[in-house]
Design a protein. Structure first.
Length: 255
């Protein structure tokens, strides 16, 4: 029997991806916690005493804001919100928020300057966990609001006015979770403006032949799909390019 496109992508990731890639996919598919205990146990075993998860998933390193946010989001999506690891990760992230509502990951200068991206990812993880109306999210929302440009895109940070496409995508994914709980027209307008900007960027790029898929394309696809954008041929083109050019098949990648 011929596999569907979605089945092909799933098979590819499960065959060639690292354990964290597989767990991210299973979380996206919302596979039940009990069915992925092997991967979950591997994840929670990495949690540090502070509640954070280490950079690069290696306990030799200190806490990574991005790894902790991803771990919390994964645990929340697979139905493990009540797991002790989830509450500890959430507590660590809340305590790591800066006064202006942002989060900063200081692993290197490239990531440390992308404050909007990190803030959006952490905010999205906390919202997925169920924290939506509390002060920590309201402060984060204020930061996200202040870093959106008039054309719908988001800035790299309040100190860096370059457009960050990945941050724009992650900001939309965060805001989409607040629309239902907040019913806030301002949030809806922010999302609509951001979606229009990303869709226009993506359509313009589809006229080009990609020798390498743009790094931001997958994040943009996630935001567009989550918002209800239904041009699936565009999505398929991006994912097909990804599986062709992604170097998961190189040696040294763990399974």
């Amino acid at each position: 029997m011929k596999m569907s496109f979605e089945e092909e992508i799933t098979k590819y990731i499960m065959e060639w991806g690292d354990w964290i890639d597989k767990l991210r996919l299973l979380a996206f598919l919302q596979v039940d916690f009990q069915k992925v205990k092997l991967y979950v146990n591997r994840l929670t075993a990495l949690q540090l005493p502070s509640g954070g998860f280490p950079k690069n998933w290696n306990k030799k390193f200190s806490e990574g804001i991005l790894e902790t946010a991803l771990a919390l989001e994964i645990l929340s999506k697979i139905g493990a919100k009540q797991h002790e690891a989830s509450s500890r990760a959430a507590r660590f992230l809340i305590q790591s928020q800066h006064k202006d509502g942002c989060w900063i990951d200081t692993r290197n200068w490239q990531i440390s300057r992308r404050v909007t991206l990190v803030t959006a990812k952490v905010s999205k993880a906390l919202a997925t966990y169920g924290i939506r109306n509390k002060r920590v999210i309201k402060k984060a929302l204020q930061y996200i609001e202040k870093t959106q440009r008039a054309d719908g895109f988001w800035l790299t940070s309040r100190a860096d006015e370059k457009i960050d496409l990945e941050a724009s995508s992650e900001a939309i994914l965060f805001l989409l979770q607040l629309i239902d709980s907040e019913n806030n027209r301002k949030i809806q307008l922010m999302v609509e403006s951001g979606i229009d900007a990303l869709r226009n960027w993506l359509v313009s790029k589809l006229t080009e032949e990609w020798s390498k898929i743009p790094r931001e394309a997958l994040a943009i696809v996630k935001a567009l799909v989550a918002s209800g954008y239904n041009e699936m041929e565009i999505v398929k083109k991006i994912l097909r390019n990804y599986t062709v050019h992604e170097k998961w098949k190189s040696k040294g990648r763990g399974r």
